[in-house]
Design a protein around this ligand. Structure first.
Ligand code: SAH
Length: 253
């Protein structure tokens, strides 16, 4: 497949999203350990204020960040730091991304999907990690497929998301460099690990008109790239914020 990447410097339009909940969503309030409830609610409100202060504007993304209990996705020893705007270790030499980065990536791919189109959108995440970002995405989009190459993390993520009862989230074990062709094409794609270039297979699984966000490593460090598929063989790339992610690796383990 040939492809043409056209650099685009124009700023991206943001959606004025509403706070309406997706319709076909079976979401039940997750159980919280006794005593953690109110304290974690307040901590989560503060975290969302920080994220909004960092420039994330999408109301639905902020509402999803306010809902998902990040402290349940990290080791109990780190739970007290779960609502700081920092990345944290999740074992296997991997990290859960910084909350502002999670929100920003979701906002960037959701920007072209206003209102009802989000409820119908099928979205791919590459790099499930502990499942936190996938759980947030499942509150914004109609259907989320997330793939992880480390079996121990894939299984931990399964346990973590089970408490969230998200019927629209599917976790897959495998090498995400091949994408997940069974469920393609996707209305949006998020790659949560840094690559030198976005794998061809993944670009080919984007629906025309959809967008992808990925940290891409270059000579000046990593930056978020937002790639829009504008035609059968045309992708347009915009270079966004500097970031720091663990690398996208091949194979499974
Ligand atoms: N989405 C996570 C961040 C995970 S960190 C969050 O909620 O914060 C990035 C993850 O990408 C790691 O778990 C790593 O194992 C995974 N990863 C790296 N290369 C991959 C590949 N080729 N396929 C699938 N997952 C991959």
């Amino acid at each position: 497949m040939t492809r043409r990447l056209v650099a685009a410097a124009q700023p991206l339009a943001r959606t004025g999203a509403t706070s309406r909940r997706p319709a076909l969503r079976r979401v039940v309030e997750p159980p919280t350990p006794s005593g953690m409830g109110l304290a974690s609610d307040r901590a989560r409100d503060r975290m969302v204020e920080t994220i909004a202060g960092n420039g994330v504007r999408d109301g639905e993304v902020l509402a999803a960040m306010r809902f998902v209990p990040r402290h349940l996705f990290v080791d109990a020893a780190l739970a007290s730091r779960a609502y700081e705007d920092v990345s944290l270790p999740i074992g296997h030499a991997q990290t859960i991304s910084r909350p502002t980065t999670v929100a920003r990536m979701i906002e960037l791919v959701a920007a072209d999907l206003p209102g009802e189109r989000r409820r119908e959108a099928r979205v791919l995440e590459i790099g499930t990690g502990c499942g936190y970002q996938a759980a947030v995405m499942a509150r914004v989009f109609g259907e989320v497929i997330s793939i992880e190459r480390i079996r121990g993390l894939h299984e931990a993520a399964r346990g973590n998301v089970r408490t969230q009862r998200l019927a629209n989230l599917r976790l897959v074990f495998g090498d995400g460099r091949m994408g997940v062709p069974q469920a393609a094409p996707y209305d949006a794609v998020i790659i949560a690990a840094a690559c030198d270039q976005v794998p061809e297979a993944v670009l080919g699984q984007m629906r025309i008109g959809s967008s992808l966000v990925a940290p891409v490593a270059g000579s000046a460090g990593q930056s978020l790239h937002r790639i829009e598929r504008v035609g059968e063989r045309d992708w347009r790339v915009a270079v966004m914020d500097p970031v720091h992610f663990v690398p996208l690796r091949g194979g499974t383990t």
